[in-house]
Write a protein of this length. Structure first.
Ligand SMILES: C[S@@+](CC[C@H](N)C(=O)[O-])C[C@H]1O[C@@H](n2cnc3c(N)ncnc32)[C@H](O)[C@@H]1O
Length: 380
């Protein structure tokens, strides 16, 4: 049955997620404000969840309508075919968001939507009480300029939870964000990658997974695995295909260092969990002692950022060392994500491009310095 899915994206990453959706072969129907809608089938739900690297979640669109009153929200929601989706014992919670809409109270919208779904299910199952002990259906009512989009979350836990990060440093970057930063860079699997502030190893590990074509969701579970609409065989086939697609013997050149021995121990453990520890060279190094490992490499990093002035000053000493390391190396490209607005001045060079992103509520910038590309590189 044809369905519409939405891949959700962090602010600023819409184009990156869209490219991934297209690469997976899905026709994009619309893309804006953190969501990329695409046409699919129920049997495509495993593929989207297992393979999307930089999307936050995959949502199933139940319906869209306009509502400026609670009655319209109730009736619009109740008109949707909930009984065809949610079984008698389904567990359903409602989340919501509202932007520039007459119905601005999100808790009120959530309870109206829940009431409408319950009413519809009561009619279908002839029950007054639902135990909610079965599969999970997280419904979202998203209002934007009075247009309501009702979705159900197929992913469950967010897609950044790949399952490999048992241990993490104090300020880890989200796996989905790390994947996006790599996709936005010049790095390709035949080029050197260096992260000199690697922390728990998220950037090097995500790059190694790309190089070896390891699907980000290969070993984790998803909420819709328990849904009747998605055949069990579709999950097992997609997982088997993803396992077969892994290029185990491929050896990318990935270098990761950090000053902190303990975070490096975590990073190695995380890399072992994914099966990429053999292709990342981890070492304990202060940034001022880091040397570039070869030519035509790509440095991608997320250095410390201090919110208090004293921390900020400490962080800026590191940005200066980082600038000293790469800013004059013509064959190296450098990509640095930080919330420090003054980064370019401290680093010592104006970035070729600067992209505004958000890490949760924190506004960050992705400073990009484009080096020369190797003459015979495998650029796709
Ligand atoms: C924001 S964290 C990086 C987080 C990492 N991307 C992750 O996902 O876990 C910054 C890292 O810089 C490291 N660091 C701080 N001072 C350093 C220095 N002088 N040289 C190298 N690394 C340093 C910290 O130990 C910390 O792990």
């Amino acid at each position: 049955m044809p369905i519409t899915l939405i891949a959700t994206a962090a602010f600023g990453l819409e184009a990156t997620v869209k490219r991934e959706v297209v690469k997976l072969g899905f026709p994009v129907a619309a893309s804006d404000n953190g969501s990329i809608a695409f046409k699919a089938d129920f049997t495509d739900i495993p593929k989207a969840n297992i393979w999307l690297r930089s999307a936050d979640r995959v949502l199933l669109v139940m319906g869209e309508f306009t509502a400026v009153t609670f009655d319209e929200l109730f009736e619009g929601t109740k008109a949707l075919p909930w009984g065809d989706y949610i079984p008698k014992n389904g567990r359903f919670t409602v989340t919501g968001k509202s932007v520039k809409s007459a119905l601005f109270s999100v808790p009120d919208c959530q309870s109206i939507v829940k009431k409408a779904v319950v009413e519809k299910l009561k009619e279908k199952y002839r029950l007054d009480y639902f135990e909610e002990t079965g599969a999970e259906y997280t419904i979202q009512a998203a209002l934007r300029e009075n247009k309501v989009t009702i979705t159900v979350d197929t992913s469950g836990v967010g897609l950044h939870k790949r399952g490999y990060r048992a241990s993490q440093a104090a300020a880890p970057i989200k796996e989905t964000m790390a994947a996006a930063l790599i996709e936005l860079s010049y790095w390709r699997k035949d080029r050197i990658l260096l992260d000199p502030f690697c922390g728990s190893g998220t950037i090097p590990i995500e790059a190694a997974m790309m190089a070896r074509n390891i699907a980000p969701g290969l070993t984790r579970r998803f909420a819709s695995e328990r849904w009747e609409q998605v055949p069990v065989a579709a999950w097992s086939q997609e997982r088997a295909a993803a396992k077969a697609a892994v290029k185990r013997g491929f050896m990318p050149k990935i270098y990761a260092s950090d000053i902190d021995k303990e975070v490096l121990r975590m990073a190695r453990l995380n890399a072992e969990n994914v099966g990429v520890a053999d292709c990342i060279e981890f070492s304990q190094k202060d940034i001022k002692d880091v040397k570039l490992p070869g030519e035509y490499g790509v440095l991608i990093t997320n250095p410390p950022y201090g919110e208090r002035m004293s921390e900020l000053n400490d962080a800026r000493v590191l940005y200066k060392s980082l600038g000293g390391l790469v800013k004059n190396e013509k064959s190296w490209s450098a990509y640095v994500v930080t919330a420090d607005e003054d980064f370019e001045r401290i680093f010592g060079k104006k970035a070729d491009a600067r992209r505004k992103l958000f890490s949760g509520a924190l506004k960050i910038d992705y400073y990009q310095y484009f080096g020369k590309k190797p003459e015979r590189s495998n650029h796709e």
